[in-house]
Write a protein that binds this ligand. Structure first.
Ligand code: SDX
Length: 422
């Protein structure tokens, strides 16, 4: 493709164009400032590519999501979360012996250092688990050195220990004893066991719940340059250690416009239910510019069509609730809300569709996972994506520290005035 031409103050500049393997077109402005003295402005980075990446492809108009070229629908149906984690991080589907070793390593690194349990003692039971998760992850750096020959082990430690940290934070919040990881359970089965087992009785992991949670983790595993992944790349570009970098991603994910939305979707549905179930009223409120209220779980910066993950999760919600014999009125409210919104011109014009967070909370609820743990589940799923993106950036020989520019619109130069004269 020919260069892009820019005319600025009567002068014409050529800018190279990069075309991706899926036909995406990017104007390379890396020499713009040196050539023209000007920079670009793009609030929220909606039109700015921060990197080239080979990990995840999203076509927002067509509702396509692929991890390393594999459609999410196929991986959801045929793969497992640990296999998808391997695919994202190392770039290929593992051979049998590779997957067996990966799973073995994940199983045998899931214990926390015993003295890390003391960290939990300082938290009130009401502490939000995302805050606990973030501080526990950055504290892993106190135990594990950040060095090239520790890279594989530290990736394994993070993937293996984050679920233990999450389960321990849940047990702390309900005042129950910690349940230690078990080597005879699957990755997801062990997470469920650590969360829901109690010392006094045998806890049998339900296959339905284990499979549904594994699917949820796969669907959340990566999503190209979203807010938390861009945060991971930003912090990682300063060469902060992997644990500090992932802790930053956890903080970004916590926000209600991002990963925190799944918790806010359920709180919204509960509010509608308490208010007599009048979902139409809330659709109208979401359209009202004077109201702060937004339809949580709706809309997306990239998807201007159905989020393929939401489509899968809507079906999964029905299956899981049926298999568990649960009727959750919030699912009916969610489905009615979706139907009304998708027929409303306000949502149609703005191409607002349900996103990954709209139905995920219904399924977590059915599994007995408390609302405050929903974003923690999102973080557990997104961890391999963060690691893969961080590794891709660190392996890039041209990697530079992220340092955007700005256009200054503040006061021009002025002299200091002593306080008596102000
Ligand atoms: C995730 O980026 C990723 O990939 C994220 C994610 C991932 O896997 O990492 O997919 C996960 O974060 C999903 C999104 C979860 N967040 C929510 O569900 C919160 C509710 N959604 C919105 O806040 C919003 O849609 C965002 C934050 C998701 C996207 O915001 P944008 O792209 O900045 O869009 P915008 O705010 O500029 O909205 C465009 C218009 C505006 O109206 P106008 O000013 O044009 O009149 O659409 C309206 C908005 O008011 N709008 C909504 C709305 N979302 C957008 N109106 C009502 N309800 C909503 N949910």
């Amino acid at each position: 493709m020919d260069n892009a031409k820019l005319i600025l103050e009567g002068k014409e500049f050529q800018l190279p164009v990069k075309v991706g393997t899926e036909g995406e077109v990017g104007i390379d402005i890396s020499t713009l400032r040196s050539k023209t003295g000007a920079i670009t402005l793009d609030s929220g980075y909606g039109n700015t590519g921060s990197c080239e990446s080979t990990i995840t492809f999203i076509d927002g108009e067509k509702g396509i999501l692929q991890y390393r070229g594999y459609p999410i629908e196929e991986l959801a149906l045929k793969s497992s979360f640990t296999e998808v984690s391997y695919l994202l991080i190392f770039g290929h589907l593992p051979k049998k012996e590779e997957l067996e070793k990966f799973n073995y390593d994940l199983t045998h690194h899931s214990l926390l250092r015993e003295d890390m349990k003391k960290f939990y003692e300082g938290y009130p039971p009401t502490a939000h688990p995302m805050g606990v998760l973030c501080s526990m992850v950055v504290s892993l750096s106190a135990y594990y050195p950040d060095s090239p020959d520790e890279l594989y082990r530290n990736i394994i430690r993070l993937l293996a220990k984050l679920k233990t940290i999450a389960a321990f934070s849940y047990k702390k919040s309900i005042g129950q004893p910690y349940i230690y990881p078990r080597n005879d359970l699957s990755f997801t089965g062990d997470l469920l066991h650590m969360m829901f087992a109690v010392p006094s009785e045998e806890y049998k992991v339900s296959k339905t719940v284990e499979d549904a949670l594994d699917l949820l983790l796969i669907l959340h595993a990566d999503h190209e340059q979203n807010c938390s992944t861009s945060t991971v790349r930003m912090v990682g570009s300063s060469e902060a250690n992997l644990f500090a970098t992932i802790a930053a991603g956890i903080c970004a994910l916590w926000g209600k416009l991002h990963g925190g939305a799944n918790q806010h979707v359920i709180e919204m549905l509960e509010m509608i239910q308490k208010d007599g179930g009048d979902y139409r009223k809330y659709v109208e409120r979401a359209k009202d510019k004077n109201s702060e209220f937004r339809l949580m779980g709706f809309g997306h910066r990239v998807y201007k069509n159905f989020d393929p993950r939401a489509t899968i999760l809507k079906k999964t919600a029905d299956t899981v609730l049926d298999e568990l014999g649960i009727h959750d009125p919030l699912l009916d409210i969610a489905k009615n809300l979706e139907k009304v919104a998708l027929e409303d011109s306000y949502f149609i014009e703005r191409k607002l569709y349900p996103n990954v967070d709209f139905y995920s909370g219904i399924i977590y609820r059915a599994m007995g996972i408390p609302t405050e743990m929903f974003t923690v589940m999102f973080a557990l799923g997104r961890l391999p994506g963060w690691i893969a993106q961080w590794k891709e950036m660190r392996d890039d020989p041209n990697m530079r520290i992220y340092r955007p520019r700005q256009i200054y619109t503040g006061c021009t130069k002025r002299s200091y005035t002593p306080v008596e004269e102000r």
